[in-house]
Design a protein around this ligand. Structure first.
Ligand code: UDP
Length: 323
């Protein structure tokens, strides 16, 4: 298929583009490189440097690529930042997303695959979390992604656009070529591995008084290539709906740090800090629906295997991408 990947220079987008190319799809990457890296764009892909704020830029890219499917990763994706700069999230994730959706419909795109998030649920009533739980986000990041989900619903109802929206839990790990490099790193695993690499003296634990066994937040970490594999399954005709993507195993912040120590062989000093605003205490997926309906099967269910791939990438690219 001819597929347009927005955000294909970013962490998850780069790995998804790589896998789609491996499967024989033709890929155009659209990315403004605000978060992404030019060298994270697979060399086999065509690249369009995006200026999503400029009128007509998104439509022009879609008309140039003439894709059968759009896989939409481009977004702002930091819970903490969304609490201090909500406008950035509604502009980028909702307003620019709407331009892409309109362009998709006008060009006759057959399939739209969207990166949503478990942050659309807010603190869940039960664990593991299934797709039918109420969605009550507690930060603008989750709210902006939920708004896009609702738009997708209406474009399906009214314009017949087939879509798959994936609610990711915590993406982690790397392939041989592509890994996680944010210019300002806020994510737990890369932050902890920076300490293991000797690039930071200690890592911070945000909140030790949560109602969890060791007082720190619990998350469900899922390998980036397992996420990418789900997108490959989703572009096939006939697949449609909302799906969680996670392993169903919850790990606390302290457990993640211990696993990083074991995998890297380095002691990781920590410092306890107050809670980070907007963080729910515990998010663990049930991805039964994706397994059942898409035939998805994660290849990296164990945290140490996920961390091992991240560690291998960071050891090989201690400064991340060059550009
Ligand atoms: N976290 C932490 N120290 C860090 C980064 C993150 O304690 O340096 C915590 C954060 O508060 C959250 C969990 O680790 O409870 C996962 O955070 P991350 O930013 O990796 O992903 P999120 O769950 O926000 O998408």
């Amino acid at each position: 298929m001819n597929v347009l990947v927005t955000g294909g220079a970013g962490y998850i987008g780069s790995v998804c583009a790589e896998l789609l190319l491996d499967e024989g799809h033709k890929i155009t990457v659209y990315d403004d490189l605000s978060e992404g890296h030019r060298s994270a764009v697979d060399q086999r892909a065509r690249f369009i440097l995006g200026r999503p704020e400029e009128p007509g830029d998104i439509l022009k890219a879609v008309e140039t690529a003439r894709p059968e499917a759009i896989v939409h990763f481009a977004a702002s994706a930091l819970v903490g930042e969304s609490m201090s700069n909500p406008g950035k999230y509604f502009r980028n994730n909702v307003a620019n997303g709407l331009k892409l959706l309109e362009a998709a419909v006008s060009v006759g795109v057959k399939k739209f695959v969207f990166s949503s998030t478990c942050a659309t649920y807010g603190p869940p009533d039960r664990i593991p979390m299934t797709e039918d739980l109420p969605q009550r986000p507690i930060n603008p990041y989750g709210e902006s992604k939920l708004m896009f989900e609702r738009m997708l619903h209406w474009y399906h109802e009214l314009k017949g656009l087939e879509f798959v929206a994936f609610r990711y839990f915590n993406a982690a790990g790397a392939t041989e070529k592509f890994g996680e490099h944010h210019r300002t790193e806020t994510h737990l695993i890369p932050n902890v591995l920076q300490v293991a690499l000797g690039q930071a003296p200690r890592c911070e634990i945000f909140g030790t008084d949560y109602p969890t066994p060791d007082g720190t937040c619990i998350r469900d970490y899922i390998h980036v290539s397992d996420l990418a594999q789900a997108h490959v399954l989703a572009v096939a005709p006939g697949k449609h709906g909302f799906y969680n993507l996670g392993n169903g195993n919850g790990y606390s912040v302290r457990e993640v740090i211990r696993t990083c120590e074991q995998v890297s062989g380095h002691k990781i000093p920590t410092v306890e800090k107050p809670r980070r605003p907007g963080d729910p205490p515990r998010l663990v997926a049930s991805a039964e629906k994706a397994v059942r309906e898409l035939g998805w099967k994660p290849r990296f269910p164990k945290l140490e295997d996920i961390v091992a791939t991240a560690w291998a990438w960071h050891e090989k690219h201690p400064k991340g991408y060059a550009d």
